[in-house]
Design a protein around this ligand. Structure first.
Ligand SMILES: Nc1nc2c(ncn2[C@@H]2O[C@H](COP(=O)(O)OP(=O)(O)O)[C@@H](O)[C@H]2O)c(=O)[nH]1
Ligand SMILES: [Mg+2]
Length: 218
């Protein structure tokens, strides 16, 4: 089979999986609430307001799956979603919505709690196959994102950068930020060398991102 046909098949398989059942499993405010690690996980991380909830909803075609919150930096929980499976069968895998970071007004103890929760999860979770690190296309990688990239590198969790809100900038600016982001990703030990540009608003990059999630499980 040609690479192109292969790719089309991956995209179609991912589309099918994301069109199937996806259900909220539970929130884990601390490690003791983590679900049993029975299936692989792919986690979504990013600064508060980066568009993570919008992207999860767009990816799964479900409006209320991840709540688009107007109190950034408040929810310090890992949210787990089962993809596929049924009452008699385990899920195919799980999506994990990680708590947002980088909210300027977050109290110090909240920031500290975030670091403990995220670090413990990243370091101790063998079923975590990849993190998708969301970066606002208007701003590119910021120092708070670099802190998280460092955590991922040090925990040896494979991650891939996803640009969000690509509809908000011109094509030339998107080309620029894409090139800069790829260049930086390539200096990072655990980062995937390619990135994906998305817009939840316009549906851009969603099919590719779904395929990237499924590919991360292989
Ligand atoms: N134009 C545009 N706005 C977006 C997009 N994704 C999210 N937003 C907006 O950005 C804000 C934050 O989104 P949200 O998903 O709640 O971010 P979160 O804090 O990372 O979960 C909201 O006002 C969204 O409507 C996008 O792709 N394009
Ligand atoms: Mg959110």
């Amino acid at each position: 089979m040609s690479d192109e046909a292969d790719r089309a098949e991956q995209i179609e398989e991912a589309r099918r999986i994301f069109a199937g059942s996806i259900t909220f499993l539970r929130s884990a405010p601390s490690l003791k609430f983590l679900p049993d690690p029975i299936v692989k996980e792919v986690a979504f991380a990013g600064r508060s307001n980066v568009g993570k909830s919008s992207l999860l909803n767009a990816l799964t075609n479900r409006n209320g799956l991840a709540r688009t919150s107007n109190t950034p930096g408040r929810t310090q929980e890992l949210n787990f979603f089962d993809v596929g499976g049924s009452e008699d069968a385990p899920p195919l895998f799980r999506l994990v919505d990680m708590p947002g970071y980088g909210y300027a007004k977050a109290p110090k103890d909240v920031v500290k709690q975030w670091r403990f929760l995220v670090n413990d999860y990243l370091r101790g979770r063998a079923v975590l196959k990849r993190a998708l690190l969301l970066i606002d296309a208007r701003h590119g990688i910021k120092d708070v994102d670099r802190d998280v990239m460092k955590m991922l590198d040090e925990a040896a969790v494979s991650y891939r950068i996803v640009l969000t809100k690509a509809d908000k900038i011109k094509a030339s600016e998107l080309a620029d930020v894409t090139a800069r982001t790829i260049a930086e990703a390539r200096t990072r030990p655990a980062a995937h060398p390619e990135i994906i540009a998305t817009s939840s608003e316009k549906g851009m990059g969603l099919a590719e991102l779904r395929a990237a999630v499924v590919e991360a499980l292989e």
